[in-house]
Structures are given as structure tokens and as C-alpha cells.
Design a protein around this ligand. Structure first.
Ligand SMILES: Nc1ncnc2c1ncn2[C@@H]1O[C@H](COP(=O)(O)OP(=O)(O)OP(=O)(O)O)[C@@H](O)[C@H]1O
Ligand SMILES: [Mg+2]
Length: 364
């Protein structure tokens, strides 16, 4: 059992507030990802769980016990770092066994646990090598093995894949996910890579400048971002964010910017009418266009094609809209040349509206 709870936790370094009044409950056996740009306080948060950093304020609980000042070795946690932190002069076997030897486990128990972890991670044939005789991916497995053999209640990982090349990173992601499934322990995983967060997490905590922006499942965070920061941090290529205004357009409402208009369906217009005649920001993810002919009561964007970027089965179309270029992902069959004016039907259920003054999402 390993529930972790932050209650109004703040961490300051001198005048820098690295983590600001964090409230967070990490559930038993959950895979929780801390996501955000460099310097937002992810590692600081993880290090407080590990006991490597003191809290400046607030309380940290493991289950129902306050652990604010509990030393690292008494916490039932194991950590995997970006740098792997392997001992260069020790064999793979001794690297994996190190923590268990320190804890004076019997030799046969150590051998059994190391053997089992090595099998699982498919590094059994490498046990007599030194770290410098391994590839990056193999070193990362050794670091994972070292954490696994301790059988901790909580697994902490700080950007464990960022030193690997893109292909290996994707393979290792799948392995870490699998590891979580079979180990049945709580994982807390730090990354600045939104794609990694979306694939791995049960829930994601998005942070910025030490402040939590949103906590939710990958779907919630991606589909219902609570503010402009979260909307723009997730998704690649990023969401199209357009500042403009809702104005009367014929009988209905249109979203306008510098004379360019996105026509809204009657249903969408009814939902957002309360925000008419004020500045508003519209967000449209590139994939949220409909791959079909435009119909009468659709939400539509019209503009000249500025760029075409093929991506395998699909293509990205850059469409001119006022002073902006909006990007949409659409099937290859949709063929239009540069400069040609096209009209695309937008997915009405997936338009995102924000208040530009507060950056907060507007409830439809
Ligand atoms: N030991 C320290 N002394 C002073 N300031 C620190 C210290 N450690 C971290 N900070 C500051 O605290 C803030 C949060 O740092 P943290 O390492 O938690 O960020 P991070 O989200 O892990 O970033 P990255 O993605 O770059 O690893 C940053 O502004 C950082 O400069
Ligand atoms: Mg960090």
C-alpha cells in the first residue's frame, strides 16, 4: 500500500519558489506523471517524495503517516535517474545487487532477486559486464533493475528515457508501462515530453512555475484543457490558438479576427453566445477537422492553402486565416494546391474557448 499526499507543500530555494502550495494525492498503484517545461518544479516534487529535499512548508504523507523529515532510507521508495547513476567499476550484477548488499540480505536471496530482474529486463547475458560496455538502453535497464530488486512500494523516475534515441525511447516506454502493470506498485514519473506523459500516465499533473495547472487523465488533459498553457503544452503539432471576437454573422454568430471568419453551427453558437462581443480565444487542434464535404450547419473555416506537409497517410495543411496560418491534419485524398481556397468542416464538439484576459477555459 502506498498512497502519497501533498498537503499545501511549498519548496523554496532562497527567493525561488520551486513548488508552490502543492495539493496532490497519488493513489495506490497509480502511474502518475509530473509534466511541464524545464524549471517548473517536477524534480523538486519527486525529490521531496524521495526524501532528498526538505519541505519549506506544508505536509507530506505516505498513507496516513507524515514523512516530512523521514530520511530517504526509511522510505519504501526507489528512484531511477536520467543519468542512471551506475557505479562504473562494478559489474552489472553488482550494480543491481548493491542496495540489497547494503541492507545485508542473504546472498542467495540477493542472487535470486538479481537473476529474476535480469530475466525480466532481458539483461541476464550482460551481468558480468561493466556499464561502459553497455548501450544506453542496456544501462537504463540496469538502473531499472537496481530499483526493481528493492521491491519498493513506490517507484520514482526522473526523465529516465531522455538519454535514449527516439526509437529506443518508444520501446522503453512500452516496457516501463508493462513493468508497472506487472509490479503492481505506485509509479511517479517525471518528464517534459507530453507524448511520453500521454502514453504512460493513469493521471497527469501539468505544472508551470511551481504551480499545478491541471490534474487529470490523459484524455481529460488533452480534450478539456483548463487553460491556455495546458492546451498549448499538449499536442504536436500544437493546438491552433486564435485571438478574436464572436460577432453577429448573418443570423448566427461567427468567430472573427481581422475580417476573417470561422462560421459556427447554430448549436455551437447557442452554447457560446454569452461571450459574444468580447475578446475570446478559440483553440482548434489540427486533427479536429471532418474529413467530408461541408454541410449547411457546419462550423467551417475558409482560407487559402499556404503549405502542405505530407505525413505518411495524412497531410498537414497550412491555411491562411487573417494574419495567421492554421494547421490541420487531413487525409491524403483531400487534394488542393498551394494558394487555392479551401473550406474545412471543424469538429463542433472539439472547439476550445478561452478567456484571453485570464487564460482560463470557458465553460460552454
Ligand atoms: N538546489 C537548488 N538551489 C536553488 N534553486 C534550485 C535548486 N534546485 C532547483 N532549483 C530551482 O527550482 C526550480 C524548479 O527546479 P526543478 O529542478 O524542480 O525543475 P524541473 O521541472 O525538474 O526542470 P527540468 O525539466 O529542467 O529538470 C527552478 O527554478 C530551479 O532553478
Ligand atoms: Mg528535473
Amino acid at each position: 500500500m502506498a498512497r502519497i499526499r501533498f498537503d499545501q507543500v511549498t519548496k523554496r530555494y532562497g527567493g525561488v519558489v520551486a513548488v508552490d502550495r502543492l495539493d496532490l494525492e497519488i493513489r495506490d498503484k497509480e502511474f502518475l506523471v509530473l509534466l511541464g517545461p524545464s524549471g517548473c518544479g517536477k524534480s523538486t516534487t519527486l525529490n521531496m517524495i524521495a526524501g532528498l529535499e526538505d519541505l519549506s512548508d506544508g505536509d507530506l504523507y505516505f498513507d496516513d503517516e507524515i514523512v516530512n523529515v523521514m530520511p530517504p532510507h526509511r522510505r519504501d521508495v526507489a528512484m531511477v535517474f536520467q543519468s542512471y547513476a551506475l557505479y562504473p567499476h562494478k559489474s552489472v550484477r553488482d550494480n543491481i545487487a548493491f542496495g540489497l548488499k547494503m541492507r545485508r540480505l542473504p546472498a542467495d536471496e540477493i542472487a535470486a532477486r538479481v537473476g529474476e530482474a535480469a530475466e525480466r529486463l532481458e539483461i541476464a547475458h550482460l551481468l558480468d559486464r561493466r556499464p561502459h560496455q553497455l548501450s544506453g538502453g542496456q544501462r537504463q535497464r540496469v538502473a531499472l533493475g537496481r530499483a526493481m530488486v528493492r521491491r519498493p512500494a513506490v517507484f520514482l523516475m526522473d526523465e529516465p528515457l531522455s538519454n535514449l534515441d527516439a526509437a529506443l525511447r518508444i520501446t522503453m516506454r512500452a516496457e516501463i508501462k508493462q513493468l508497472h502493470r506487472t509490479m503492481g506498485t505506485t509509479f511517479v514519473y517525471v518528464t517534459h515530453d507530453q507524448a511520453e506523459a500521454l502514453t504512460l500516465a493513469d493521471r497527469i499533473v501539468v505544472m508551470k512555475d511551481g504551480v499545478v495547472q491541471q490534474i487529470g487523465t490523459p484524455d481529460e488533459i488533452y480534450e478539456r484543457p483548463r487553460n491556455l498553457f495546458v492546451a498549448s503544452f499538449l499536442g504536436n503539432p500544437p493546438i491552433n490558438l486564435i485571438e478574436g471576437r464572436l460577432n453577429r454573422d448573418g443570423g448566427g454568430l461567427g468567430f472573427q479576427r481581422d475580417g476573417a471568419t470561422i462560421r459556427l453551427s447554430s448549436r455551437v453558437a447557442a452554447g457560446i453566445a454569452a461571450h459574444a462581443d468580447r475578446p475570446i480565444t478559440l483553440g482548434i487542434r489540427p486533427e479536429d477537422v471532418q474529413d467530408r464535404a461541408v454541410q449547411a450547419d457546419d462550423c467551417v473555416v475558409t482560407g487559402a492553402v499556404k503549405s502542405v506537409l505530407p505525413v505518411g497517410s495524412d497531410q498537414y495543411l497550412g491555411i491562411a486565416f487573417a494574419d495567421r496560418e492554421l494547421f490541420f491534419r487531413i487525409g491524403k485524398n483531400f487534394r488542393h494546391g498551394l494558394g487555392e481556397t479551401v473550406t474545412l468542416a471543424l469538429d463542433p464538439a472539439r472547439l476550445h474557448w478561452f478567456d484571453p484576459a485570464t487564460a482560463a477555459a470557458l465553460e460552454p
